[in-house]
Design a protein around this ligand. Structure first.
Ligand SMILES: Nc1ncnc2c1ncn2[C@@H]1O[C@H](COP(=O)(O)OP(=O)(O)OP(=O)(O)O)[C@@H](O)[C@H]1O
Length: 251
């Protein structure tokens, strides 16, 4: 479980996040949505420990996140964020195996169980056929799936994803989020596509200018009354097979 209480994060004099509280449950998928610059990535990076909070607390399974060692944190939290090509001659297989390094000590080499976990993660994300390809030569979508496979191979209990569907075609967007939503992990995912959030998240937190506008189940949060003032666009809410779906009309 991840609990964020009254979190504020400043970049110098810019208040990027102010007074954000949320709870992401084990086995659940919490979606962070909001316009560009609303603070979604900042919340994620603060949970990861990559940014210091100006105020508030972050608890991982009831323990103060800042008191966890770097190693403990990296075993518990896996992150998938936008990454540029590394320039390193890594194959997709090497890149996914890297997720297992948090389970090794010192210069210990990969064990059979690490290879099994990497192979399983590549199977789940549909990239076994890319195994020997250099990651620098993959398409944006293929590279994104490698990063997701690496996070799965890491076998962390908490998964943080920053726009994981970016670069993915429509079929893989759904396939990926089906996998993610089915994982028995505590997952927080930043999504721009509100219809994906409606379908795959069991909780949604809507941010605007660093503050929470609404939080709760998708059907209660992703409604025109909340979305129209935040995005400045007309929103019509409909339903498809019991899932709220949104249509947008520019003003
Ligand atoms: N390194 C930084 N230095 C200064 N300000 C920053 C920095 N990173 C982000 N910000 C500012 O903090 C605010 C929140 O940014 P953040 O990246 O968290 O938003 P976001 O909701 O993830 O945006 P997007 O949807 O565009 O990715 C924005 O106003 C942004 O300009």
């Amino acid at each position: 479980m991840i609990t964020v209480g009254d979190l504020s994060v400043n970049y110098g004099r810019v208040a990027a996040v102010a007074g954000v509280s949320l709870t992401a449950l084990d086995g659940g998928t919490l979606g962070l949505v909001g316009p560009n610059g609303s603070g979604k990535s900042t919340v994620l990076r603060a949970i990861l420990g990559a940014l210091a909070a100006s105020a508030g607390r972050i608890m991982i399974d009831g323990e103060e996140a800042r008191e966890l060692s770097a190693r403990d944190r990296s075993r518990r939290l896996a992150i998938v964020s936008q990454e540029e090509p590394s320039g390193l001659p890594l194959t997709a297989w090497d890149s996914v195996l890297l997720g297992r390094s948090v389970h090794l000590s010192g210069w210990q080499s990969y064990r059979a169980e690490d290879e099994r976990a990497a192979e399983q993660a590549m199977r789940e994300t549909g990239i076994l056929h890319l195994r020997d390809r250099s990651t620098d030569e993959l398409s944006g979508g293929e590279r994104q799936r490698v990063l997701i496979a690496r996070a799965l191979a890491q076998a962390a209990t908490h998964l943080l994803l920053d726009e994981p569907t970016n670069h993915l075609d429509v079929r893989y967007q759904h396939e990926l989020l089906t996998v993610v939503a089915g994982l028995p992990l505590c997952t927080i995912v930043v999504l721009h596509d509100l219809n994906l959030a409606a379908r795959y998240c069991d909780q949604v937190v809507l941010l605007d200018r660093g503050r929470i506008v609404a939080a709760g189940v998708p059907g209660a949060v992703l409604v025109p009354e909340n979305l129209e003032p935040v995005y400045g666009i007309d929103v019509t809410c409909t339903e498809l097979n019991g899932v709220p779906q949104l249509l947008f009309t520019p003003r």
